[in-house]
Design a protein around this ligand. Structure first.
Ligand SMILES: O=P(O)(O)OC[C@@H](O)[C@@H](O)c1c[nH]c2ccccc12
Length: 287
């Protein structure tokens, strides 16, 4: 039986074929190469995470997912991105998959207009065409998922993304993908706590794989992160960053939720929890 991941990939190939009929790969490339087109200036996605205080935070703009269904009905991407930025996110992940996550490529452009936080195009990238789209629509970084990119395709897309100046977060779930991911040379390595085939989510997954990730890479723990205790455990286990979507997007007050999640890690001194709860006026102070 095909898994949801198989379904997503099949659908993705269909969408890419359709998109290419509307704007060809050559036309997209020409837009990037034409010096008269002012392409968005690339922002230092990796640097933001490398230099983050306490732990790097990639906060995700995510309306829905195949595992959770609709996550947030009251969904305003620009406003969410502004709140994320104000309350200390170092980077923002923008889901652009329409069919399964109710995302949109245009959100990248819209969000770029209102914040200067570096942006990740979060999608199932299987073709160079999607890298060109990412660059044109204003992403600074892309996600590449090892499970979706067998054999040499992972390394090839990694190189192609880098040639376009894009930063790359390379994601794995299964332990047997570690070498292939490390061999790309990627500085940002994401361990997805969620198994994309079964949707099972376990934070221990990052902790188990952490020691296999070389120390000169930035380990980003992805998915299922809900509390500051989770974040502290992940940090103690070697994570340099976290990628968080659902728990923030479900909160009535997104800014407060982000502050509670990372406040105790960013301000480890006396009564950290109280400070994270109460001091709502210091949003920009924690970034
Ligand atoms: O919403 P969560 O559980 O906080 O997870 C965010 C992010 O890690 C998740 O959206 C994700 C990680 N890797 C992916 C690959 C495709 C789609 C989605 C993802």
């Amino acid at each position: 039986m095909p898994t949801i991941l198989d379904e997503i990939i099949t659908q993705k190939h269909r969408e890419i074929e359709t998109a290419k009929r509307t704007i060809s790969e050559q036309a997209l490339e020409a837009r990037i190469e034409n010096p008269r087109n002012e392409l968005p200036e690339l922002r230092d996605f990796t640097g933001q995470l490398r230099n983050a205080v306490g732990i790097g935070v990639i906060a995700e703009v995510k309306k829905a997912s195949p595992s959770a269904g609709l996550i947030r009905a009251d969904f305003h991407p620009q406003q969410i991105a502004q709140i994320y930025t104000q309350f200390g996110a170092n980077c923002i992940s923008v889901l652009t998959d329409e069919h399964f996550f109710q995302g949109n490529l245009a959100y990248l452009q819209q969000i770029r207009e209102v914040v200067s936080t570096p942006l990740l195009r979060k999608d199932f990238i299987v073709d160079r065409y999607q890298l060109l789209e990412a660059r044109v629509f204003g992403a600074d970084a892309v996600l590449l998922i090892a499970e979706c990119l067998p054999g040499d395709t992972l390394a090839m897309l990694y190189r192609q993304a880098r040639q376009l100046g894009l930063h790359v977060l390379v994601e794995l779930h299964d332990a047997h993908e570690v070498n292939r991911v490390v061999d790309t040379g990627a500085e940002l390595i994401g361990v997805n706590n969620r198994d994309l085939r079964t949707f099972e989510t376990r934070l221990e997954h990052t902790l188990t794989l952490a020691e296999q990730i070389p120390a000169d890479r930035l380990l980003i723990s992805e998915s299922g992160i809900r509390t500051s205790a989770d974040v502290m455990r992940l940090k103690a286990g070697g994570s340099r960053g976290i990628l968080v979507g659902e728990s923030l997007m479900r909160a009535a007050d997104i800014g407060q939720a982000l502050q509670q999640l990372i406040g105790p890690i960013r301000f480890p001194t006396n009564d950290a929890a109280g400070r994270a709860d109460g001091d709502s006026g210091s949003g920009t102070g924690i970034s």
